[in-house]
Ligand binder design. Structure first.
Ligand code: CO
Length: 288
C-alpha cells in the first residue's frame, strides 16, 4: 500500500470549560493549529454528570470555519440566526459551515448523559465569507461497514469501499468512527499530504505503524500522524474505538479570536465591528 504513517504527536486531552460553563476535554486547540491544519479544535464532551453540561452553549457567533458535531449519546438542541432549528441525537452528525457568519446556540437536553465530539475545520480565504450551510446527517443515513469484525461508521470520505454522506467540503475531509475488536488489525489508506489524526474514546490500540510489541494508546488520547499512504491500528486483548479525521492543509495565516477564525487581524476587527453593528449575519444568507 506504500508508506505507513508514524505517530508525530500523542497526548491526552485536557479538561477545560467552554460555553456557559460546560466541563469538557479539549484534544487540541489554538496553540496546535500548525500541527493540525486544516483542523482547528477538537472537544470531547462526554459526561455522565448533567451538572457538567446542562449550562450548554448559549447564543454565540461563528465566522470563517466549519463546526462538526458528532453525537454518541444524549441530545443537543440547536437554533440559529437564519431560522434553522433541530435536535441532534445519538449517532447524528451536523456539518455546519459558518462561512461569512452565523449566530447559534447549542443546548444539551436534560438527560443522564451527553456524549460526543465537536471538531472545527478551517475555511480557506476564498471560502471564509461563503453563505452558511448545513449538512445534517441523521444516524440512519450514516453507512456502517463491517469488515473482519471491524465496524466503521463512514461520515465523510470512504472506508472499505463505502462512501460517507458529507459532500462538497473544501478540505476534502474524512471523518470515520472506527471500532476494532481484540486481536485485529485495521489498515486504512490516507491521502498523501493530508493531515491525519485520531482520538481514542474506548479501549486501547497500537497506532505506531511499527511491527514490534504492542504499544497501546487508550481513552482520551489524541494521535497525529506523519505523512504517508496508510495508517495501521493493531489491538491485543482489548478492543479500541476512535474517531479518525483527515483533511487537506490550507497553509494560510490564521487570525483566531474565540469562535471566529480569519486570516488577518483586520478581518477579525471587521467581524467584531459587524457584531457591534448587527450586520454580522448578512441578509444574503437568510433562507427564502
Ligand atoms: Co458553536
Amino acid at each position: 500500500m506504500g508508506q505507513r504513517r508514524r505517530i508525530k504527536l500523542a497526548r491526552t486531552s485536557n479538561p477545560t470549560v467552554e460555553g456557559a460553563g460546560v466541563r469538557l476535554r479539549r484534544a487540541f486547540g489554538n496553540s496546535d493549529a500548525r500541527d493540525l491544519d486544516p483542523f482547528l479544535l477538537l472537544d470531547d464532551f462526554r459526561s455522565r454528570n448533567p451538572s457538567d453540561f446542562l449550562a450548554g452553549f448559549p447564543w454565540h457567533p461563528h465566522r470563517g470555519i466549519e463546526t462538526i458535531t458528532y453525537m454518541l449519546e444524549g441530545t443537543v438542541e440547536h437554533q440559529d440566526s437564519i431560522g434553522n432549528r433541530g435536535v441532534l441525537g445519538a449517532g447524528d452528525l451536523q456539518w455546519m459551515t459558518a462561512g461569512g457568519g452565523i449566530l447559534h446556540q447549542e443546548m444539551p437536553g436534560n438527560r443522564p448523559a451527553l456524549e460526543g465530539f465537536q471538531l472545527w475545520a478551517n475555511l480557506p480565504a476564498s471560502d471564509k465569507m461563503m453563505d452558511p450551510r448545513y449538512q445534517d446527517i441523521a444516524s440512519e443515513d450514516v453507512p456502517v461497514v463491517v469488515h473482519d469484525g471491524i465496524a466503521v461508521r463512514v461520515m465523510a470520505g470512504s472506508a472499505f469501499g463505502e462512501e460517507g454522506p458529507v459532500r462538497d467540503v473544501v478540505i476534502d475531509p474524512e471523518y470515520l468512527d472506527v471500532a476494532v475488536p481484540p486481536g485485529s488489525e485495521f489498515r486504512h489508506e490516507t491521502k498523501r499530504g493530508h493531515t491525519v489524526g485520531a482520538y481514542v474514546f474506548d479501549g486501547a490500540g497500537d497506532f505506531t505503524g511499527t511491527d514490534g510489541g504492542l504499544e497501546e494508546f487508550g481513552d482520551t488520547t489524541l494521535l497525529v500522524f506523519d505523512d504517508g499512504d496508510e495508517i495501521r491500528v493493531r489491538t491485543g486483548k482489548a478492543p479500541v474505538r476512535f474517531i479518525l479525521f483527515s483533511g487537506r492543509p490550507l497553509n494560510e495565516p490564521i487570525a483566531w479570536a474565540g469562535p471566529i477564525v480569519m486570516n488577518t487581524r483586520a478581518e477579525l476587527q471587521q467581524a467584531f465591528d459587524d457584531l457591534d453593528k448587527g450586520s454580522f449575519v448578512r441578509p444574503g444568507s437568510q433562507p427564502d
